[in-house]
Structures are given as structure tokens and as C-alpha cells.
Design a protein around this ligand. Structure first.
Ligand code: PGA
Ligand code: ZN
Length: 433
């Protein structure tokens, strides 16, 4: 068959942190080609699909991915040769079956996802479709949509040497007619944040996602700096630009279940953490809180949802790990109202798109997200548009691995004539606090 997989070829390349990652080339019988590479997190959830690293201290301090590369070039290439690349579900099911473990630990989720992405891209080329159109076809989406972007401005946590306790403070454009307008507004805020940092003699060097790492002592101080940067950009906080937060609370939680805000010098129970987040929503134009509590703190999450779920978007990242079973548990017990979607937490294109569909049918918002270690591959932008996810979360408007994703949105907007979701991508939850 013309669209059968002829060759799969993987190699080790480097990501934005200079760490090895997997890149895969897929060739089909008719000459169609797809290349994709795999991102990597730092604040990884325990339930994520398994990233296979070599563990050889003499090679990239143990972080090499030569075993995953060999798994693609050997066992996977052999098993997938001759399968129709247009049957993405079959390709992905075959990959899962071949691995045989729940978290894809044998062959490595990085090997498996690299193949799944590359085959999807080759399938798009063979079908003479743009990648976002191919994704839309796979999801049964008839109206692809440009997503509302949220952009990292200030970083802490594991992305910035724990200089601040909370991992991410992001800007969300509330009033933009197109994704190009939205990106322009975000660029103004990012630029103004550097000016504010410079004036206050705070560091202006870049954190892992291209944001600033001002090392402020508390979340409240970071939120004040966000408001200042928005104002400095000539924009109105809460009117033009709102704020999103990723607490990444799993990285703060101690054995005893309490949350250690080490920079601030304070320990909080789940209840106290919820009270802190509620007070931030009272004082600042916060529209979205991600991982406000830890990944196994299901009862805390239930309380958090009761306390703030009507007011803000409550996003599970480590909590859901783009995993259908974990998401279903949350849906059944009404926990959270938004899902962060990271293909490498799941392991395959089909699995990732299924989680988006599952979230959507339960009324949860979906936010396609980058990892803190990225490559120049902008596949996620096509997933966000093609699945009509509504939102996308990308690092700051700095460094080419991050900017690649924004640039792809600009190209798709020009090419597709698709509508921009705007704040509706958050399903009307904006402006509540
Ligand atoms: P990670 O961070 O890629 O390091 O997990 C991104 C996030 O937590 O959303
Ligand atoms: Zn997160």
C-alpha cells in the first residue's frame, strides 16, 4: 500500500536544556515523510508515561536516550513496517501492545511518542493535508480553532533553581481578535516585565522556559510584579490581560502531606494552601490555577474545587498526567475543571486526542501544553488547533524552541482562516475573580 510505513529511523538530538531527546524520521512507501521530536519535563508527575534514559554516567550524565533510539530502530521499526500510516489508531495500539507495560517503561514513552508523532506527520503529507488538518480529521473536528495562549512571564520552582516557590506566573490575553493580536499583547507584557526587573535590580536572565526568574519571596510579590508589568505595557490588568498560575504543588509537598513554601519560609496544610490561593484570586485578576495541590491529594483537590471551581479554571497537570483513568476519576468526583494536555505524558497521538475528547465531553477545559524541555518541533500547536482544544500553554516569548510554537500558530492563522477561540477557549470562566 502506498501509505504503508517503509522506514523508521530514530536518532539522539538535544533539547532546549541541552539534554538528549529522541527524534524520529518516518518514510512511507509513496515517499511521504514525517519527522518529529519528543519534549521532556522537569516537574514530571509520577503517573506520566515513562521516559527511558540510559543511566550511563559517562554519557550526558546518565540522560542519554540511546536505548530508546535503539528500540525504535530495532524492535519498533520491525513491528510497524508495512502498517498503514493513515490508520493512526492501529499504529498507536500496536506500539502500546508491543511495549506491554502500563507506563510504557519497556520501550520508553519517548521512543513510542517519537514514532507516533512522526507517523502522524507522514500521514498528513501523504494525505496532502496540513498537520492541524490531519489532527482535525483524526478527532472528527470540523472547525479547527486557534487557541487562547497563556504565556510564561515569571518562573520559579524546578524551572528556575527554586528561586521562587510557585513554578509559573503566566499572562492571558483577554481582549484580542486574532492569535496574532494575542501574541503581540503577550510580547508587550514580556518586554515590560524585563523593564520592571531591570529597574528593581532583579535578575533578567532567562529561566528554562524563557521567562524571568526574579526570585521574589512570595507568590503575592510575584503577582504584584505581574500587575506592574501589565500596567507598564500600557495594558489594564483584568481587562486586557489576566493572570494564570502553575503552582506545581507536587514539587512542594513533603512526606507528611504539607506544602513547604521554602523561599517564603512557610508550611501550609492543603486547607491553608487553598485559603492562600483564594486570597490571591480576591486580590489579583487570576483566571486559572494549575496544580494548586499535589498529584495524590485527591481530597484536597475536592476541597479546592468546591472553594474555587466556580470562580476560576482549576487545571490538573501532574494530577491527570494526560491519563484517561486519572481524568475519569476526577470527572466522576467533580475534581478540577480543566486538563493540561501533554502528549509525552500520555505516549501516543491517539491516546492524547482521546483524553482531549474525554475532557471535552465532560465539560472540562483543555489546554495543550509545552514541556520545560522542548525542541524546534511545533507539533503541539497543530494539536491545539486541530483538536480545537481552546487553549495552549507555551513558555515565554524567548528562545527558538518556544517561539517555534507561536510562529506555527501565526502560520496556521494565516493559512486556515480558522476562528480564534479567544477567552471563550476558557469557557466563559474569565473575569470571575
Ligand atoms: P514541566 O513543566 O514540563 O517541567 O513538567 C511544565 C508544567 O508543569 O506545566
Ligand atoms: Zn504544570
Amino acid at each position: 500500500m502506498k501509505t504503508s510505513i517503509r522506514t523508521l529511523l530514530a536518532r539522539q538530538i538535544l533539547d532546549s536544556r541541552g539534554r538528549p531527546t529522541v527524534e524520529v524520521d518516518a518514510w512511507l512507501e509513496d515517499g511521504a515523510f514525517g519527522r518529529a521530536s519528543v519534549p521532556s519535563g522537569a516537574s514530571t508527575g509520577a503517573a506520566e508515561a515513562h521516559e527511558l534514559r540510559d543511566g550511563d554516567p559517562a554519557h550526558y550524565a546518565g540522560l542519554g536516550v540511546l536505548k530508546a533510539v535503539a528500540n525504535v530502530n530495532g524492535e519498533i521499526a520491525q513491528a510497524l513496517g508495512g502498517i498503514d500510516a493513515l490508520d493512526q489508531k492501529r499504529v498507536d495500539d500496536q506500539l502500546l501492545a508491543l511495549d506491554g507495560t502500563a507506563q510504557l517503561a519497556r520501550l520508553g514513552a519517548n521512543a513510542i511518542l517519537g514514532v507516533s508523532l512522526a507517523v502522524c506527520r507522514a500521514g498528513a503529507q501523504a494525505s496532502r493535508l496540513q498537520l492541524y488538518q490531519r489532527i482535525a480529521q483524526l478527532c472528527g473536528v470540523t472547525a479547527p480553532t486557534l487557541p487562547l495562549p497563556m504565556t510564561n512571564i515569571l518562573s520559579g520552582g524546578l524551572h528556575a533553581g527554586r528561586g521562587m516557590d510557585v513554578q509559573d506566573f503566566l499572562a492571558v490575553p483577554l481582549r484580542a481578535a486574532t492569535v496574532a493580536d494575542a501574541i503581540h499583547l503577550l510580547a508587550r507584557v514580556r518586554h515590560a516585565a524585563t523593564e520592571v526587573a531591570r529597574e528593581r535590580n532583579l535578575p533578567t536572565l532567562l529561566a528554562d522556559e524563557g521567562g524571568l526568574s526574579p526570585g521574589l519571596e512570595s507568590g503575592r510579590a510575584a503577582l504584584q510584579m505581574m500587575v506592574e508589568a501589565i500596567g507598564r505595557a500600557g495594558l489594564k490588568p483584568g481587562v486586557d490581560i489576566a493572570i494564570a498560575i502553575d503552582v506545581a504543588a507536587s514539587t512542594l509537598q513533603a512526606q507528611d502531606g504539607r506544602y513547604r513554601f521554602a523561599r517564603e519560609g512557610v508550611e501550609r496544610t492543603a486547607g491553608e494552601t487553598i485559603a492562600m490561593l483564594a486570597s490571591w484570586c480576591d486580590e489579583f485578576p487570576v483566571v486559572s490555577i494549575e496544580d494548586g495541590l499535589g498529584e495524590e491529594d485527591w481530597s484536597g483537590w475536592a476541597d479546592l474545587t468546591r472553594a474555587l471551581g466556580e470562580r476560576v479554571q482549576l487545571v490538573g497537570d501532574d494530577l491527570f498526567a494526560t491519563n484517561a483513568l486519572r481524568l475519569q476519576r476526577a470527572i466522576d468526583s467533580r475534581i478540577g475543571n480543566g486538563v493540561l494536555v501533554k502528549a509525552n505524558q500520555n505516549g501516543t497521538v491517539s491516546g492524547t486526542l482521546a483524553v482531549i475528547a474525554q475532557a471535552r465531553s465532560a465539560g472540562y477545559a483543555t489546554i495543550v501544553s509545552a514541556r520545560s524541555g522542548e525542541t524546534e518541533d511545533a507539533f503541539m500547536s497543530d494539536i491545539a488547533v486541530g483538536s480545537a482544544a481552546g487553549q495552549i500553554k507555551i513558555g515565554s516569548l524567548r528562545t527558538s524552541s518556544t517561539v517555534a510554537k507561536y510562529n506555527q500558530l501565526l502560520r496556521i492563522e494565516e493559512h486556515s482562516g480558522a476562528a480564534y477561540a479567544g477567552i471563550q477557549g476558557m469557557r466563559g470562566r474569565h473575569g470571575a475573580c
